[in-house]
Write a protein that binds this ligand. Structure first.
Ligand code: FAD
Length: 323
């Protein structure tokens, strides 16, 4: 636990906000709420999806930073705000309602909170192609905006099919024209869509993938079950995703067919008092976008707290009791 100043979150009888998840979304939300003088507890299980990567790209002033270094700096910069605490733990259950939520963590902490902000990200369901786990985050990636520059003009294999392939093939061609598509089973394309790939000189294989071979995390071949070997130095693929936690659904928050938490533009979920931000609320998975949505959700949450205190005539006494 990073205990910021003398505040012990285990004894926080009633936090203003608990943030579940301490990635870019949760930590930026904590910064906003700390500056807004709200008693805030960030609880983070420390297992972000990008833990496999060595560098995070595309974040203003931090291009190429190690993802855990970004988090370390963010936590360090919460230190001046005495009303914010950061706990390494996992929230396992939540009960209650707006104004009085009760959270329980894996280590047995019980914390009450007026509001909740979910920033628990997404997680990969499984990487079921032999050899893929070895290259994931080193030479196999999910997003060309994050890692396309490093693989520009190189021979790439795109593992994708159907609608995702129709989106990814033209997108990825902006970084390299040397693309081979492996659909790892039926391609789910029409003949016209296959013709389009041929017109762009993109070979298409629908034979299942036997394995991905590599040395020290750097892919060298994608091998198919019919013996075909496709040489390449990079892979892009789309893993099946699941929400970082199912707790919002258990509290009644609406989730879209794609598994995305439904929120207003300012991060309010369908349940009063519960906000959400980051990868869990969008298909565009980028650290800077997650951080921005954390800031927006925190501002909306804080505005609601201030309005409630104002209406209750408690505004001044509430401020005087906090850091
Ligand atoms: C391979 C890969 C490479 C990437 N590269 C880049 C890049 O170069 N640039 C870029 O901008 N983006 C990149 N991304 C995307 C980036 O990682 C995400 O957009 C960003 O981390 C999302 O931030 P977040 O705060 O929403 O969630 P996360 O960073 O995933 O953090 C969520 C946190 O919530 C915690 N959590 C979940 N459930 C609970 C619970 N019940 N209790 C407590 N804590 C919980 C998790 O353990 C995790 O620590 C990459 C992603 C991947 C997979």
């Amino acid at each position: 636990m990073t205990n910021l100043k003398n505040h012990d979150p285990a004894n926080a009888v009633n936090a203003d906000a608990v943030i579940i998840g301490g990635g870019p979304a949760g930590l930026n939300a904590a910064l906003m709420l700390g500056r807004a003088r709200k008693l805030t507890v960030v609880i983070d299980a420390g297992q972000p999806r990008n833990a496999v990567t060595r560098e995070a790209h595309g974040f203003l002033t931090r291009d190429g930073i190690a993802p855990f270094e970004l988090r370390r700096i963010a936590i360090e910069q919460l230190a001046p705000y005495p009303s914010v605490s950061h706990i390494e733990d996992t929230v396992i259950s939540i009960a209650g309602e707006d104004g009085a939520f009760l959270l329980e963590t894996a280590s047995g902490r019980k914390i009450t909170s007026k509001k909740l902000l979910f920033a628990a990200g997404m997680k990969d369901r499984r990487l079921d192609i032999p050899g893929l786990a070895e290259v994931y985050g080193k030479s196999a990636f999910v997003c060309p905006y994050c890692d396309g520059w490093e693989l520009r003009d190189q021979p790439l294999v795109l593992i994708s099919r159907g609608e995702a392939l129709k989106h990814m093939a033209p997108l990825l061609s902006g970084w390299s024209k040397r693309i081979t598509v492996c659909t790892n089973g039926p391609d789910e394309l029409t003949e016209a869509e296959r013709d389009e790939l041929r017109a762009h000189e993109i070979p298409l294989f629908d034979t299942p993938i036997r394995e991905i071979t590599s040395a020290e995390g750097m892919v060298n071949h994608v091998k198919l079950t019919d013996g075909t070997e496709i040489p390449c130095t990079g892979i892009f693929f789309r893993p099946e995703l699941a929400p970082g936690t199912d707790l919002p659904q258990s509290l009644g928050c609406r989730v879209s067919e794609l598994g995305i938490l439904e929120t207003s533009e300012s991060g309010q979920t369908s349940v009063p008092g519960i906000y959400a931000a980051g990868d869990a609320v969008t298909m565009m998975h980028q650290s800077i976008a997650a951080a921005a949505s954390g800031a927006l959700a925190a501002a909306a949450l804080n505005g609601e707290l201030n309005r409630e205190a104002w209406n209750a005539g408690l505004h001044n006494s509430s401020l005087s009791s906090k850091g």
